[in-house]
Design a protein around this ligand. Structure first.
Ligand SMILES: [Fe+2]
Ligand SMILES: [Fe+2]
Length: 282
């Protein structure tokens, strides 16, 4: 049995009111409006302390490994990422944290700067690098003898649309298929990590809650495989149980927002035989 803790959407923020509007550039403008005009800064007030408690509580579950499925920050600023790194230092030091990017982690980024990949270079290193594209996805980590983690980048929307929806893209899905066919993963349960999930809380595609444009193609790649899906983006926490050839799918919710802050504890024997417990941060 392997124990994982699944965290998501922690949205660490600096006090953006202290920074000029220009500091986040034109790409960050809608994000700044959401923070300051629509009340997001207030909703995540005190998030540093909540992350500190979250890390303590997660460590208390004694997991083999911790997953953090994107939206680590409010706007993808380097200072925000540096704070996240320092708060997760106990897990990072032991190589027990795996991260993938969310849409918020890209808001002030450019395809050239790749701040997220720079800040988490060692955590994103793949054990099967020949399957990764030029940006490093999908990456693969082997956990113990029974489990593998595959990290995807669902933020490949090159327009303002990235504020609403996500996409993996055909080439990344093709590479994911190759990873899942690789004989070195035979006998392991594969945790597939994506920020945007294939379904919303109702179990159906929902662009406001899950927003993965290529949900259908992803589901076809995963059908009948020994996989479990862990995703973020929707700030609701839910579990869609495996059915037919579709895998168990976990929405991580936001681990730090309001009264629903918390996380999943996953005790995994195989992709079909697992236990999941939702823990509240309160
Ligand atoms: Fe989020
Ligand atoms: Fe998101």
């Amino acid at each position: 049995m392997t124990r994982l803790v699944h965290l998501s959407d922690i949205h660490l923020q600096i006090d953006w009111r202290q920074r000029s509007l220009w500091s986040s550039g034109w790409r960050g403008a809608p994000g700044r409006f959401e923070l300051q005009g629509l009340g997001r800064l207030r909703r995540f007030h005190g998030v540093h302390d909540r992350i500190r408690r979250l890390v303590d509580k997660a460590l208390g579950r004694e997991p083999h490994h911790v997953l953090l499925t994107g939206d680590l920050t409010a706007l993808g600023d380097e200072v925000e990422f540096a704070h996240v790194r320092s708060l997760f230092a106990p897990l990072l030091a032991e190589g027990r944290l795996t991260v993938i990017p969310g849409n918020h982690d890209r808001y002030t980024d450019t395809p050239r700067s790749r701040v997220f990949e720079r800040m988490f270079a060692s955590e994103l290193r793949s054990e099967l690098p020949e399957h990764a594209d030029a940006r490093g996805y999908p990456f693969v980590k082997l956990v113990g003898k029974r489990l593998a983690l595959v990290g995807l980048d669902s933020t490949r929307v090159n327009s303002w649309g990235h504020y609403l929806v996500g996409r993996l893209g055909r080439s990344q899905l093709k590479r994911l298929r190759r990873v899942l066919d690789d004989a070195r993963l035979a006998g392991r349960t594969v945790l597939v990590l994506t920020h945007h999930g294939p379904f919303g809380p109702s179990g159906k595609f929902n662009w406001r809650e899950s927003g993965l444009l290529d949900a259908g193609p992803l589901s076809r790649v995963l059908r009948g495989r020994a996989v479990v899906v862990a995703h973020g983006h929707s700030h609701h926490r839910y579990w869609h149980r495996a059915r037919g050839g579709a895998p168990h799918t976990f929405g991580g919710g936001s681990s730090t927002e309001g009264t629903a802050a918390g996380f999943w504890q996953l005790d995994i024997d195989t992709h079909r035989l697992l236990e999941a417990t939702a823990h509240s941060l309160a």
